[in-house]
Structures are given as C-alpha cells and as structure tokens.
Design a protein around this ligand. Structure first.
Ligand code: ADP
Ligand code: MG
Length: 280
C-alpha cells in the first residue's frame, strides 16, 4: 500500500501500515491574547492493527488529538489522514460519511440512549445511516464482548462495565478502520475496567482492529502496544511494549515536565521537546 503516511514515516508502522496520520497538526481555540494552543504541530502515525495509548496531564491535548484524528473536529493547521484519505479539506458531508463508515468512538461516559435496549444502542449508528449490519460480524462482536445475554436490557439495567461493553460493541459494529476510546475505563471500577481493556485488546488481536485509547492509568496503558506521551499539545515521548511499572516510572522521571530530569534512555518523539508532566 502506498499511503502518504507510509512514504513519510517508515519505521513507525511495521507490517500493517498506517491507520491514521497527522502532520504538523495544530489546533488553537479562541484568538488573540486568550488563544489556547491545544495541539502544537503534532506529527504522529497510528499503526494499523495495533493498540496505541495516549497519556498526558489534564489539558495536554489528548481529547483534541483524538477528535482531530477522527474528523470530529476541524484543525487550525496541518494535515490528517485516515488510511489513504486526507480528511483535512474534506467537505462536511464527506466527513460525516467518513466518520460514520470508518471510525468508531467510545467515550468515558458511555453515551448510550437510556430508552433503547443494548441491541438497539449497538446498531443505532447504522440504523441512522440506513445501513444493514453485517450479521456474522455483529454476532462475533456481541459474543466477544459477552453481551449475548444482555441484548434486551436497557442501560439502567446494566452495570457500568456492561454499559461500556455495549458502547464498545457500538463502536465496533460497523467494523470501522479505527476505534478511538477517550478514557473508556475512567468511570469503571478496576474489575470492569480490566474487562473493557481485555476486550479492546481482543479487538486488536482477534478481530484485527486498530485502537487508540486515551488513559491516565498506567495499568490501562500497559494493555497497549505503544504509549504516546503528550504535554502542552506536543508528543514528547513514546514507549513500546509498556508495562504499568515502566509507564509509572516514566511519569515519575519527569515530574513537573523538567526536560533536564530525562535519563539517557529517554526516547524522544519526533515532535519532542519538553518532558512529560505527571498526570493530575
Ligand atoms: N472547545 C474548547 N474551547 C476552548 N478551549 C478548549 C476547547 N476544548 C479544549 N480546549 C483547551 O485545549 C486544551 C486541550 O484540551 P483537551 O484536548 O481536552 O485536553 P485533555 O484531553 O488532555 O485533558 C486545554 O487547554 C483545553 O482547555
Ligand atoms: Mg480529555
């Protein structure tokens, strides 16, 4: 495959290629004196068929990065690709279709419709789009997520973990190229959180999905293949094959974001500069 991403960033995405890519991605909110630079010229490749975690202090730009990569938000400068498609510059109608067909999103707060059953929630985006689900795939997702016996329940009749699994199934239902999860375990107890992480891991390993997950929990990040560390709107570090201990240690090494505290083993990301501040 010859994507712009593959040409520009060899080595970052072995085998499966690049599922999403940002080049010089800048996002500012407001203008003049009160302008906030949420993302500051970020270059990143998201490897296809991998589980990538995004970590960083509150306000470092994690959600903004996800939203810009998913085409949920416009960018101020720079380019974003989803697979081969440059999404910056797409018209709203094309962008809407692309989001619907190629991206799944999971939120911290589940965002389920309370009056619909689990099954109805799972297929809602496809129902709205007038698309018939691929039934064998949907069955596989439902069984993988252990939701077979819960399909007629409404969200209030489900535990937090089950609700998030429904949200996960909804994100997977249309078999999107990329799943974004913004702190999907943030509202769950540790056991339910582990369940959801196990399913995201399974989506990558067993179903071949690509997952990008924001988390502030080193234990959650340890389920990923690669952790990207954000600070002040820039990717300042990355860690392959993370363990909870290593992620925690990395966060300890840079308290308050002092680059001088970096050890010799520090691997600088391409947009690197400052160090990673502790999650608050
Ligand atoms: N809609 C918005 N309007 C103004 N500022 C925003 C908006 N969304 C995010 N920001 C600002 O952009 C920065 C990054 O926010 P965000 O991406 O939500 O960070 P994170 O997810 O890492 O906590 C923060 O300073 C935040 O206040
Ligand atoms: Mg956020």
């Amino acid at each position: 495959m010859s994507t712009p991403a593959a040409q520009h960033a060899p080595g970052r995405a072995p085998n499966g290629g690049v599922a999403a890519r940002a080049h010089g991605l800048t996002k500012t909110y407001g203008s003049g004196e009160t302008a906030v630079i949420a993302l500051d010229s970020v270059d990143v490749d998201i490897a296809r068929g991998r589980f990538t975690a995004v970590m960083g202090p509150s306000g470092s730009g994690k959600s903004t990065l996800m939203h810009c990569l998913a085409g949920l938000d416009t960018v101020s400068a720079g380019q974003v690709w989803l697979g081969d498609t440059e999404i910056t510059g797409l018209r709203e109608r094309e962008l809407t279709r692309l989001r619907r067909d190629r991206v799944g999103f999971m939120f911290q707060s589940f965002n389920l419709i309370p009056t619909l059953t689990a099954a109805e929630n799972i297929t809602l985006p496809m129902d709205i789009a007038g698309r018939k689900p691929d039934q064998p795939w949907l069955d596989q997702v439902i069984d993988t997520l252990g939701l077979r016996g819960r399909l007629t329940h409404r969200p209030a009749q489900l535990s937090g973990g089950q609700q998030q699994r429904v949200a996960c199934a909804r994100a997977l239902a249309s078999r999107p190229e990329l799943i974004f999860a913004d702190e999907p375990t943030g509202n769950l107890d540790s056991r339910a959180g582990l369940e959801v992480l196990g399913f995201l891991r399974g989506a990558v390993d067993d179903l071949g999905q690509t997952v990008v997950m924001v988390t502030h929990d080193p234990g959650a990040a340890a389920h990923s293949d690669l952790v990207l560390f954000l600070a002040d709107g820039r990717i300042v570090d990355e860690m392959a094959r993370p363990t909870a201990e290593a992620v925690l240690e990395r966060m300890r090494v840079f308290p308050g974001g002092s680059p001088q505290a970096a050890g010799p083993d520090m691997v600088r990301a391409r947009s690197g500069g400052d160090a990673v501040a502790r999650e608050d």
